[in-house]
Design a protein around this ligand. Structure first.
Ligand SMILES: Cc1cc2nc3c(=O)[nH]c(=O)nc-3n(C[C@H](O)[C@H](O)[C@H](O)COP(=O)(O)O)c2cc1C
Length: 256
């Protein structure tokens, strides 16, 4: 288990081999066993195998090629709809149609997604998460016919790897782990502890010709400038998506 967890790498290229239903079911059963808040299991997962539906998701997720290659696409949702339906049929007091309900479901959903990821990797499958789930939440809700109280929080492509990438770099463990209280770093400590990451990330991005060209044309010379540039995670995008998420949470009855 330790070896498995410590050798994770995202897979973005897949063979044409399908995942049989029995194996997929086993992976989902592993997800079902995950811890969940109050054991309410306020999450759902939508399986997409159909090529036409996958193509729609491919468009919504910014045309990431791996979506077309992977045999299975999983959209994990916070889901208080099922719980609320149960309360309704029993004529119990209603609840959970609020931000806390959404966050509870979102944490449950992500925990299940990660259990399924590890289970998939343990049998030789590869996975990659898709952060674009947030970016396209409003469109995904329509595509997957998600009822009020259900909200997509993350997605996974799953399939047999057609690539064997090396391990990606990580920050030093001490930066993420604090003993008893949060430790803030001085500017010098920040520079020193991020130096290796700056070098590795810069080298990695420059090794991709299309990215190297964009960086050169825009006069970007540091990886931190790239992160917040128009090419990666610009502030304008964050504000636009944040506004859409609040509006969509309101529309799904999960904002207050
Ligand atoms: C929530 C989340 C969203 C992600 N979204 C994407 C994505 O949209 N496209 C992609 O290619 N990789 C995506 N990734 C994968 C990360 O880029 C990857 O985990 C990170 O670069 C570290 O690489 P590794 O997983 O191979 O160690 C995402 C990962 C997470 C956890």
């Amino acid at each position: 288990m330790l070896n498995l967890a410590q050798s994770h790498r995202s897979i973005r290229s897949f063979t044409t081999q399908n995942i049989d239903d029995a194996l997929l079911n086993d992976l989902l059963l592993s997800g079902l066993r995950s811890s969940s808040s109050g054991n309410m299991q306020t999450w759902s997962v939508i399986i997409t195998r159909d090529e036409t539906n996958k193509r729609q998701l491919y468009e919504a997720h910014g045309q990431q090629q791996m979506i077309l290659e992977a045999p299975v696409f999983l959209t994990f949702c916070a889901d208080v709809f099922r719980m609320r339906e149960w309360l309704r049929v029993n004529e119990s007091k209603q609840s959970f149609d609020d931000l806390l309900g959404f966050l509870t479901g979102a944490v449950d959903a992500v925990i299940a997604a990660q259990t399924i990821s590890l289970a998939a990797e343990s049998v030789g499958l590869g996975i990659c998460y898709l952060g674009t789930t947030w970016w396209a939440a409003d469109r995904i809700i329509d595509m997957l016919a998600l009822p009020p109280g259900v909200f997509p929080v993350t997605s996974l492509v799953v399939g047999y790897p057609a690539e064997a990438p090396g391990l990606r770099d990580r920050l030093p463990l001490e930066l993420l782990v604090h003993q008893e209280k949060y430790t803030r770093l001085s500017d010098a400590q920040i520079r020193q502890s991020h130096a290796e990451r700056e070098q590795k990330a810069w080298a990695r991005y420059n090794a991709i010709e299309s990215v190297r060209q964009k960086l050169a044309d825009a006069g970007i010379t540091r990886v931190t400038d790239y992160y917040t540039s128009e090419f990666k995670y610009p502030k304008e995008l964050h504000l636009r998506v944040s506004k859409m998420l609040i509006e969509t949470l309101q529309a799904q009855g999960l904002w207050l």
